[in-house]
Design a protein around this ligand. Structure first.
Ligand code: BMA
Length: 313
């Protein structure tokens, strides 16, 4: 920790889509309580969101919303695409917060999401080719675990998973490796909650890792508990391309956080919770999809080079 004077204009790094929120319950084809925290990926040339949808029992399931431009005219599936079943006891209280990557070696999309039950939250994996039929691969690691995503490539022949166990009340970001997506080991903490800081109480992965020429860019959420509840803000970290356990840089400050009324007010106040990005090679622009106040789906834009410059300097 350095005590140099810092004063940056974070607001210039990410620009909110002026017509936020892009999805709310009023867009939904069936009755629900809230829609938020979507996974995001390019699919068949379109923008696909796998949205967390909470029903009025308080249980979540996942459903797709697809758009041509990533901003407007979302086509929402009439029925949930991934819904809890009795066969999987760990899902009794629902499915939450998906992250999506395309695994070239498997030729499938890998979705890591939180399965919730009396036993506590765990990370489950499902594979799909079409976002209609999913193959459940089961629980990856024991509870309590959240905020997970696979890297889209293998490292020295092994899959790598970023996740966020809570151990003795401490919530840091970990990485684990596996030869087969079933057996996990070489667990290591890669990003810690920072005492005193805006991200002092919990940190967790946001969207899927973004591969850049400088390293893997990780957008993460950090939590501070305050007298009026938790504030969920967003930070940046950069990890080595070849060895993703190696942290290169981390932002001292948050780069995005609750500000607009739709981020400040909702089922859970003051939450910005990014869970999906789509990168545009042509314009070098990122579309970051996030849940706002656990109530709606929102969008913000950023130039990749500016995020990397900010991190490096
Ligand atoms: C986290 C997750 C998210 C949620 C956030 C704020 O622990 O459960 O799904 O958006 O809390 O309530």
């Amino acid at each position: 920790m350095t005590y140099k004077f810092v004063s940056h204009d974070h607001d210039s790094l990410f620009t909110r889509y002026p017509n936020n929120p892009i999805l709310t319950v009023s867009d939904w084809p069936y009755h629900v309580n809230s829609v938020f925290n979507p996974g995001a990926i390019r699919y068949n040339g379109k923008y696909l969101l796998l949205v967390r949808v909470e029903d009025k029992r308080g249980f979540s399931h996942l459903n797709t919303a697809i758009s041509d431009d990533g901003k407007t005219n979302w086509k929402i599936s009439k029925n949930p695409v991934l819904y809890p079943t009795e066969k999987y006891m760990e899902e009794q209280w629902g499915l939450e917060d998906p992250r999506i990557v395309y695994m070239k070696d498997l030729k499938k999309y890998a979705i890591t999401y939180v399965s919730f039950s009396k036993g506590g939250p765990v990370i489950s994996l499902a594979l799909t080719e079409n976002f209609r039929r999913f193959r459940r691969m089961g629980i990856l690691l024991p509870p309590e675990d959240k905020d997970a995503c696979l890297f889209p490539i293998k490292f020295k022949g092994r899959y790598a998973l970023i996740h966020r166990p809570i151990i003795r009340g401490e919530a840091h970001i970990w990485i684990s490796f596996s030869p087969d997506l079933k057996h996990w080991g070489d667990h290591k903490v890669i990003l810690q909650a920072r005492p005193g800081s805006w991200d002092c109480h919990r940190v967790g992965l946001g969207p899927q890792p973004i591969r850049t020429k400088e390293g893997w860019l990780i957008i993460y959420h950090g939590v501070r508990e305050t007298a009026s509840g938790s504030i969920y803000r967003v930070g940046l970290a950069l990890f080595d391309l070849v060895d993703p356990t190696k942290l290169i840089k981390r932002s001292d400050e948050w780069v995005f956080g609750p500000k607009k009324p739709y981020e400040r007010t909702g089922d859970v106040t003051s939450v910005t919770f990014p869970t999906g990005v789509i990168y545009h090679e042509e314009t070098k622009e990122i579309y970051m999809y996030y849940g706002a106040a656990d109530s709606s789906v929102c969008l913000a834009f950023a130039k990749l080079d500016r995020l990397l410059d900010y991190l490096k300097n």
